[in-house]
Design a protein. Structure first.
Length: 364
């Protein structure tokens, strides 16, 4: 009954006009569907830098001027502000230098945190939460290592076929020789963490990284990385007027709390919530991007949601590409829209805009 009511709400929203300006596309508040509306918040550009190994890779001597901690929420916040009319065009971006911003917090902690177990659980090292997922949900070492191998295999195939060329913006920066101090100018245009020859047997030789007898290793965890990403959003009618491609439509966003003891399982509950808000069902989705912070939580989420592996992280994930913390959300957004491509909206109900030969496929 709840699903039927939700579908009815979406249908009614599709039929309710909200735009009285005949010069714009027909606008309507909508969740999801096959129609194009002028007040849709759309993604017209999404790029990222290459992702490089922290302290050893191409960005080790490139300072990050800012750290965007909300990650994916930055894109959602910009989309919400555009929808609310606060501004017309916005950029959701993230930047991270784990070479310079050292992992770990050595500052003081609110003493009240000691009074509540769940607050204390929020202070657990991420690797320990991975081990907690393993123990609570029965994820095996073999499953984790196999997931890591698949991540590298997919990423290597994508890189070899040139899939990342349009997604990555080359960055001219410097590399400092640690022995001589000599600087050299370089252009970074490729991810440097992909290991094509990764095998299950090779990963099986690695020792646990976080606790004795554990199964989370350096090989089945995400890499410590440097990188950046950005997503440019605006309303569809403005994008069409400017002749910009429609790479995607921002439909919904969900943040769902989980037990911090097993923090990595978040996607297993946030994905269904976001899909429901969009008026869709899990089977309606053709492409998923799930952050591979650790193979343990990735394997659990795949099992819990019963996802088709062919639809998830099709060009590899954080285990192969890296996980620059503050840039993760925008980077994943770029990965998703470039995989979908400009054909995301092959629709025929948008009014033609004259004297513009750069229209996306939905402006016919």
């Amino acid at each position: 009954m709840e699903k039927a009511a939700n579908r009815q709400r979406v249908l009614l929203d599709h039929l309710r006009p909200t735009s009285c300006d005949p010069s714009t596309l027909a606008a309507s508040v909508c969740a999801a569907g096959t129609e194009a509306y002028g007040d849709d918040v759309v993604i017209v550009a999404a790029y990222r830098t290459a992702i490089c190994k922290a302290k050893r890779g191409g960005f080790k001597d490139t300072p990050a001027d800012d750290l965007l901690t909300p990650c994916l929420k930055a894109v959602a916040d910009v989309a919400a502000a555009i929808k609310a009319g606060f501004y017309d065009i916005g950029i959701g971006a993230g930047l991270e230098s784990m070479s310079i911003n050292q992992v770990g917090w050595e500052g003081p902690i609110n003493p009240n945190a000691n009074k509540f177990q769940q607050a204390l659980d929020c202070l657990l090292p991420m690797g320990i939460t991975s081990e907690n997922v393993v123990e609570r949900f029965g994820v095996t070492r073999e499953e984790q290592d196999q997931a890591a191998v698949e991540s590298h295999r997919k990423a290597a195939a994508a890189a070899a076929s040139g899939k990342f060329k349009d997604e990555i913006v080359p960055v001219v920066t410097k590399i400092v020789d640690p022995k001589t101090g000599q600087e050299k100018q370089v252009t970074i245009s490729a991810d440097d963490g992909i290991r094509l020859n990764t095998t299950v047997s090779g990963l099986a030789k690695l020792k646990p990284a976080f606790k004795k007898g554990g199964t989370t290793t350096a090989g089945n965890s995400s890499q410590v990385s440097d990188g950046a990403g950005a997503v440019l959003l605006m309303k569809r009618n403005l994008a069409v007027k400017k002749g910009l491609p429609i790479l995607g439509v921002f439909r919904s966003f969900a943040a769902v709390g989980v037990d911090p003891f097993v923090m990595g399982i978040g996607p297993a509950v946030a994905i269904p919530a976001a899909i429901k808000l969009a008026g869709l069902e899990l089977d309606d989705i053709d492409l998923f991007e799930i952050n591979e912070a650790f193979a343990s939580q990735y394997v659990y989420c795949m099992k819990k949601l019963e996802l088709d592996p062919e639809k998830v992280n099709v060009n590899g994930g954080a285990i192969a590409l890296g996980h620059p913390l503050g840039a993760t959300g925008s980077g994943m957004g770029a990965a998703a829209v470039f995989e979908r491509g400009d054909g995301v909206d092959e629709l025929f109900n948008a009014r033609k805009v004259k004297s513009n030969n750069l229209l996306s496929k939905d402006a016919l």
